[in-house]
Design a protein around this ligand. Sequence first.
Ligand SMILES: Nc1ncnc2c1ncn2[C@@H]1O[C@H](COP(=O)(O)OP(=O)(O)OP(=O)(O)O)[C@@H](O)[C@H]1O
Ligand SMILES: [Mg+2]
Length: 260
Amino acid sequence: MATHEPLLSVEGLHVSYGTKEVLHGIDYSISEREVVAVLGANGSGKSTSLNTISGFVAPSAGKIVFEGTDITELPAHKIFRHGVIQVSQSRDLFPELTVEHNLRLGATIRNRGEEEEHLERVFEYFPRLSQRRRQLARTLSGGEQQMVAIGRAVMAKPRLLLLDEPSSGLAPQFINEIGTIIQALKDDGATMLMVEQNLALALQGRRPLHHFARRRRQRRRVRKIIGRQSRGNCPHHISLTGWSNSRRENGDFHEGLGVA
Ligand SMILES: Nc1ncnc2c1ncn2[C@@H]1O[C@H](COP(=O)(O)OP(=O)(O)OP(=O)(O)O)[C@@H](O)[C@H]1O
Ligand SMILES: [Mg+2]
């Protein structure tokens, strides 16, 4: 793959559930080592967007290219093997298995032989999990469960990590811990696409960011919120860009921002 090519590109993505269209032509691309955060209203299609990239939902039109390979039609398990690893909004742990067992299930043919090394790495990221390695997943707090879900994805050696609302339902202390981990993964060179409603978490990349919104009034509103929330953790500049032409017709999936 030539270095200037994006790691992931999504072109003209349309997704429907039955007759109800949820995504109306989304275009974006993510470069290697970028962290991109997507914001949007509840029900606007953020999870659908991630689920389509990872092959759990089939698009009705459009193209998804990952590392130069067209993955639009591939089944989820093959997309997983390419290293596109998703942490779903529901976390999907095995409640009756221990923390360590759940983590080990993330190790796959992608990193067989490196399992112990990756497990140690996860425990370095999450010392709290190391202390609880023999504890059943169902007995963990919500924040700890989120850590296992992210840790399990790290075990799979992701080329692209998709995080669906990692801060959802967590107390501020856990949000900070998750933020620290996301920063550590970023520093270690991870590429991430995350849905995140917590602006402080979404903006922690301290990098130039672009945001998109359908109408000028919404753009102004989002810019104001971003300016307020990112004070002290401020990106170098904020520039307004159109996410895509098709976004203009996209009444629902209208707001988002990318941390470059
Ligand atoms: N499997 C499904 N079958 C039918 N409709 C679905 C399905 N999954 C999602 N939807 C609908 O598609 C729309 C977008 O859902 P999605 O979960 O992608 O939204 P979201 O932006 O992630 O919302 P939230 O912020 O609440 O997580 C919603 O109206 C939802 O009801
Ligand atoms: Mg969602």
